[in-house]
Design a protein around this ligand. Sequence first.
Ligand SMILES: [Zn+2]
Length: 419
Amino acid sequence: MTTLVVLLSTVVAGACGAKVLHLSDIHLDTLSDATQYGPDTFCRNPSDLPSAQRLRQTEAYWAQDFHYRTDRPYVQVAPVAPASAPFGQYLCDTTPALLNAVLGDAFGGATYDFVVITGDFVAHNQPNSSTTMYMFKSAVATIAGANANGVPVVPVVGNEDFYPDYNMDCKSREGRDHLYDLWSVLSTNGWIDSSQDQNFQTFGGLHVDVLQQNLRVVSVNSVLWSNRNDHTGFDHDPCGQFSWLDGTLGTAKSNGQRVWIAGHVPPSFNLWHSDYEATFMTIMKKYASIIDATMWGHTHSNSFFLDKNLPSLLGLITGSVTPNPVNPSYRVYNVTTRRSGEIVPSDFTQTYVDLHAVNAAGTFSTQPLFRYSTTFGADVSSASVKALHSKLLTDATFRRNYFNLEVSAYDNGAWDRIW
Ligand SMILES: [Zn+2]
């Protein structure tokens, strides 16, 4: 019996080798102004920011709290001379120069089978809906330009891709128009198959079939299920996305496909309405036999989640491209097809930008942050993440190292700080 299990989990020779790029939380800021670098400016001219009152309600504002908590208290970001920060500044969003450099690195020389982008293309603190759409369009076009081989891209919409953030509403004219505008950009760049036009225009979700149609990647719009969305929380199935999700997974099952789920705001951190999380988990449970991974963003950190009631469900969260407030990073999965048919992201490498160092050097470079299998001594799986979690609870040294990897070695050094 034991031998059989080992054989079943053995990699099929020749069936592995697919590579997938996972980018998240790009937060391109085309209004970023190098003359405005400094504490609490968000690197923008004040006239390009929302009102002070609205600013206080945004995630970016509260991110400063997180920034303080990652190190000693009362730390302030010091003003940085623009010439010393060609690639932008912590606590601000991604400048065009940083995005181009990260994408040049991620796509340069590497070939991928497909790319997953788990949302938040657009910078925080949008002054209006036109700037939101402009930045969305710019971010998507920049990524499409870097993807020179034109490999399939699975886009996911994030809370900042709506204006104001989280304002996703399929009932109002404005809400539907905004969704249509997002669709139009994605469609123009070839990221939405025409079979998915209707789905995306209705609720902001879609699926993409990849790896010779053996894998269906289902992109869900979890902004609809977020507890910060004022338009949902009352009805059982906002914009009909749950019923579609159930249907598209049902079709995948009858097609004999494996499934990955991709979303922006992850479940499991009290970020969703609890009813929606329960419904989502019921659907995940129903199709557990075909779902091999779920992938998310939003937290700007390299983390994981597991569900007590569905231990096989693996939640992979990748760090952000934006240095807000972490080092920029991206992830590449090695995909393995098991003899039993599962298509699993069996390992990944996280690559990061030491923003202090590249600004000081004036030239761009990246470094490997960690490889899952080497650092944690096992393939990526819900079982190995569970073991990692147990170790976090008991081993203080391991915990410190893990937290360093979570924020992509963002070190709170004195270089951009005053004390
Ligand atoms: Zn984000």
